[in-house]
Design a protein around this ligand. Structure first.
Ligand SMILES: [Zn+2]
Length: 319
């Protein structure tokens, strides 16, 4: 493995902060694809860091034991927003800037803009396929999933199926996506999968292990790694179109007390939790599923305002 600093940020009083790319080079005379893994665009999303840590360990061992297994090149960008990661915040603290809303924009020069354009160009120069790993926000727990904008569906769904996620969610385009890393790479004809899993500021080892297995499977099935791993069969995820996702929203402000877990199959009318008024000692709402299906998003942060999302269900019958 070779490591290279792709961007260095001078800090006012300390040493520079750097963005690192690790590269496992191809050992083949006719190299196959170059696959890049990116994590940490949002500094409070830590599961991707753990996934990259596990993959780096596995790939380093494989490189020592059988370097010829690397038919293609693997690049790992394990912490691309170091200052936000160090403070555990979604935004780059000094600028209060969401880096994943700065890609592909031509704005007056700024440090976040310079950083995102350097990262985008480095990925374009070194990748035929990219996986960008995110966690959910502070409010909602998510089952491992890949979200795909409708217009990229044809190219991305077959690749997403290899990744051992529970579901693939194809959703309509919205202007807000146009400044994300994933959108800009897909627009540049570099297929990019955006994984969303768990919840921010936490690490769910089971979900991470599931995705590690999925990425190894992706590397193997795309001809980048010539190994027997993973030896387990990778199940096909549910493929969701927008009409097969049902969202439950709070009808009142209150505290949400959940009575279910993500990954559970619920039936129509089944209780998911209570929305309570803790001051008056009242149950404001018994939250029940309006349909049967897979509970794949569930509110984890109890403080709830009217209209806030409580759960999402993949309705039964979706493939
Ligand atoms: Zn994110």
């Amino acid at each position: 493995m070779q490591s290279q600093s792709i961007f260095s940020i001078q800090t006012p009083v300390g040493p520079p902060v750097e963005i690192i790319r690790h590269t496992f080079a191809s050992q083949s005379l006719q190299p196959s694809k170059r696959v890049s893994l990116v994590t940490g665009l949002h500094g409070d999303e830590l599961e991707g860091l753990y996934i990259c840590h596990r993959l780096t360990q596995i790939l380093k061992t494989l490189e020592e034991q059988d370097a010829s297994a690397f038919k293609g090149e693997i690049n790992i960008y394990p912490a691309v927003n170091p200052q936000a990661l160090e403070t555990g915040t979604r935004l780059w603290p000094f600028f209060s800037n969401d880096i994943n809303r700065t890609f592909g924009r031509t704005e007056p020069p700024s440090l976040p803009g310079e950083m995102s354009s350097t990262l985008l160009e480095d990925l374009k120069a070194n990748s035929d396929l990219v996986v960008d790993i995110h966690s959910s926000n502070l409010h909602l727990m998510e089952l491992p999933q890949i979200r795909i904008i409708k217009k990229f569906e044809k190219k991305l769904v077959p690749l997403a199926k290899l990744c051992n996620v529970d579901l693939i969610w194809v959703h309509p385009h919205a202007d807000i996506f146009e400044s994300t890393l994933g959108y800009n790479l897909n627009q540049a004809q570099i297929p990019t999968l955006v994984i969303e899993t768990g919840i921010c500021l936490r690490i769910n080892k089971n979900h991470c292990a599931q995705i590690v297995l999925g990425i190894l499977n992706l590397l193997r099935k795309t001809g980048v790694l010539d190994t027997d791993e993973p030896q387990v069969a990778i199940p096909e995820p549910k493929l969701l179109q927008p009409e097969s996702v049902t969202m439950i929203q709070a009808g009142n402000a209150g505290l949400f007390i959940k009575q279910a877990e993500v990954g559970q199959t619920v039936s129509e009318g089944e209780k998911i939790g209570d929305l309570i008024d803790p001051v008056q000692g009242q149950v404001l709402e018994e939250v029940r599923s309006p349909c049967s299906g897979l509970l794949f998003t569930l509110r984890e942060h109890p403080l709830t305002l009217k209209g806030a999302p409580l759960a999402r269900i993949a309705t039964e019958g979706s493939a």
